[in-house]
Design a protein around this ligand. Structure first.
Ligand code: CTP
Ligand code: MG
Length: 231
């Protein structure tokens, strides 16, 4: 069977500061979400695609439908948005689920395919990762330095993250049952270690173009990459 894709696009984009949902912010004349959904389409891995949109939205919903995806109102946090999308997929038995940030709008389709391929090959949880480029220090609550962390053992985690569908549903349900603050859940794979201990989270190489558009500088970088791709 095919994969289901969950594209989370219900955030407000506070750090980007455009006064509109981040997924609607134009990049090369099209909303971020259009780029993200184009990448999912080009990867050719997803049967159904569910897109979480902000409450009261009409524009992102229309865009999702025009791209053949199904909009659903998201929640107050990313984790709650993922749960709402999974509820739409209840009753489905996809080969796997890809959970992807709309904000990683220039993710190369090859990354989506690599994650899906690993799930298809039997991995139950897969994350794309990249090396950490800065030297990293641990600090205490007052900001006092506790020393440098060995960067060579660290990876930054991107999306799409790929899962066995039953596992993804189970770890979200377990986190909810445990009363975990959804705002503290920054990605889905971290729930696997917390609620399905012993289940390996496998890594595949991510890509520098899969960075998350978070702050204004990130949008400038995305614009530069688009212009370069046009040349
Ligand atoms: N997201 C979501 N529902 C939420 C919060 C976030 O679907 N309640 C999505 C965002 O739309 C984004 C992804 O999760 O594609 C990653 O979140 P983030 O980069 O934090 O986006 P925002 O929450 O929109 O940005 P900010 O935190 O600056 O407001
Ligand atoms: Mg956010």
């Amino acid at each position: 069977g095919g994969f289901a894709a969950v594209v989370v696009a219900a955030g407000s984009g506070t750090r980007l500061g455009h006064g509109m949902p981040k997924a609607l912010v134009p990049l090369g004349g099209r909303p971020l979400l259009a780029h993200a959904l184009e990448g999912v389409r080009a990867a050719g891995v997803a049967g159904r695609t569910v897109v979480t949109v902000p409450a009261g939205d009409t524009e992102l919903s229309a865009l999702a439908r025009a791209c053949g995806a199904e909009p659903v109102e998201g929640g107050a946090t990313r984790a709650e948005s993922v749960r709402r999308a999974l509820a739409v997929l209840a009753g489905e038995r996809p080969a796997g689920v890809l959970v992807h940030d709309a904000a990683r709008c220039l993710t190369p389709p090859a990354v989506l395919r690599a994650v899906a391929d690993r799930v298809r090959a039997g991995a139950r949880a897969v994350v794309p990762v990249v090396p950490v480029v800065d030297t990293v220090r641990r600090v205490d609550d007052d900001g006092r330095s506790l020393g440098t962390v060995d960067r060579s053992a660290l990876r930054a985690v991107q999306t799409p993250q790929g899962f066995d569908a039953a596992l993804l549903r189970a770890v979200h349900a377990a986190a909810e049952a445990a009363g975990t603050d959804p705002a503290a859940i920054t990605d889905d794979a971290s729930l696997v270690e917390a609620h399905a201990p012993g289940t390996p989270v496998e890594t595949v190489p991510g890509h520098e173009h899969a960075f998350k558009v978070t702050r204004p500088l990130d949008l400038l970088l995305a614009q530069a990459l688009l212009e370069q791709a046009r040349d």
